[in-house]
Design a protein around this ligand. Structure first.
Ligand SMILES: [Cu+2]
Length: 161
């Protein structure tokens, strides 16, 4: 009897595992709508440079260069992000909705620090890299969520096609 129960337990356990894997693809590797951090050791196919700065003479006081980003679905890219401005800036990749939620939260708690693989906060002159796999197609957004910066024009479309 004991053996039969044990065998049944094993059968149940074995049948549960694939269901869990299917229910949460990418669980544990940071999968987000916008993609995921590159797997350890994966070589990026190309490097894309993004500059963060102010532009007080333009239409938008806070800008990204380039103002939009496009990736091919499935590609792994090294994003080199450089703050060439005189203020602290951020680069956050996410859905438009998630960025809006996050922005509301930051407006309430400006000192809030985030430690997310899809985001960096840079002081003037600093640079950082994110090696990211854009494995999910769609229209997303990159933005600086520091209070007033998004409103000042610091956002752009991130398209994975
Ligand atoms: Cu900013």
């Amino acid at each position: 009897m004991k053996t039969a129960l044990l065998a049944m337990g094993l059968t149940l356990a074995a049948s549960i595992v694939p269901a869990v894997v299917l229910a949460s693809p990418g669980h544990g590797n940071g999968q987000m709508a916008v993609g995921m951090p590159a797997m350890h050791g994966e070589k990026p196919a190309r490097t894309v440079t993004v500059i963060l700065r102010e532009d007080y003479d333009g239409d938008r006081p806070f800008v990204f260069e380039p103002s939009d980003l496009t990736f091919a679905a499935g590609e792994t890219v090294r994003l080199m992000i450089t703050n060439k401005g005189e203020e602290t800036h951020e680069f956050v990749m996410d859905t438009v909705d998630k960025n809006a939620e996050h922005r509301d939260l930051m407006a309430k708690f400006p000192e809030m620090e985030h430690d997310d693989p899809n985001a960096v906060r840079l002081e003037p002159g600093e640079e950082a890299e994110i090696i990211w796999t854009f494995n999910n197609s769609g229209t997303f957004e990159f933005a600086c969520l520091l209070p007033g910066h998004y409103e000042g024009g610091m956002y752009g479309s991130l398209i994975v096609e």
